[in-house]
Design a protein around this ligand. Structure first.
Ligand SMILES: Cc1cc2nc3c(=O)[nH]c(=O)nc-3n(C[C@H](O)[C@H](O)[C@H](O)COP(=O)(O)O)c2cc1C
Length: 209
């Protein structure tokens, strides 16, 4: 593996539970693949291009199967740069807390920017074809409550199904989730135990990566 893109969607830096688990994952990864470059994209610190009338209009031109020109092509350059950075990685690590049953708005913004026709997917006669095939993804999440399969709140987990669906659309079928939960509902002791379990799982995930 040559390059992993680490996409960070929490603003909490050193106190982030999600990043504690990602830190263990990356440490194991560096041991296994010392030559692997880690490209860090911090969505709360780095600039993600806004979607404007011009860029959204550009998307509809592409959806109609046409090429961009003039103003729309110019406005599209920032989108193309973001997509090129995404596609330059062989694998992805997304570090995201659950926010309001789903993902933080910065991650949704990033997804809205990069998931573009002609670049990450295309329509075929019958179907949609993902264009980011043969790439691996690990998504590390932490949640205040417990949304695991045995929990009464499982149906409120709009985070994992959404991320599986949107990255599945672009052809990333190999997605491993490591969900640390509950982080807030049962207090500090329970949270620390769950973080430790998730860190162990992260190391095992790297072994198979
Ligand atoms: C804006 C916001 C919304 C949140 N929404 C949820 C939620 O819907 N469900 C939940 O279980 N926890 C929710 N939480 C709690 C976080 O998911 C939890 O504390 C997580 O461990 C934070 O991760 P971090 O330490 O990496 O930032 C929310 C936290 C914030 C700041």
């Amino acid at each position: 593996m040559r390059k992993i893109l680490h996409i960070i969607a929490t603003p909490r830096g050193d106190v982030s539970r999600t990043l504690k688990i990602s830190g263990s994952f990356l440490e194991s990864l560096k041991n296994k693949y010392p030559e692997c470059a880690i490209d860090t994209l911090d969505l709360f610190k780095d600039t993600i291009p806004p979607l404007t009338l011009k860029t959204v209009s550009g998307k509809y031109v592409l959806l109609a199967g046409k090429d961009l020109s003039g103003d729309l092509k110019e406005a599209w350059l920032d989108i193309e740069r973001a997509i090129a950075r995404f596609l330059s990685a062989d694998a992805y690590l997304i570090s995201t807390p659950m926010w309001n049953f789903s993902i933080p708005y910065v991650l949704k913004h990033y997804i809205d920017v990069i998931i573009q026709p002609k670049y990450l997917f295309r329509y075929t006669d019958k179907d949609v074809e993902g264009l980011a095939k043969n790439k691996k993804m690990v998504i590390i999440t932490s949640r205040g409550g417990d949304y695991s399969a045995s929990s009464p709140f499982h149906a409120n987990d709009y985070q994992e199904p959404y991320l599986r669906a949107i990255f599945g659309l672009v052809g990333i079928a190999d997605i491993v989730f490591i969900n640390a939960q509950p982080m807030d509902a049962l207090g500090q002791g329970a949270a620390e135990e769950k973080i430790k379990q998730a860190q162990d799982l992260a190391a095992i995930t790297v072994e198979k990566f």
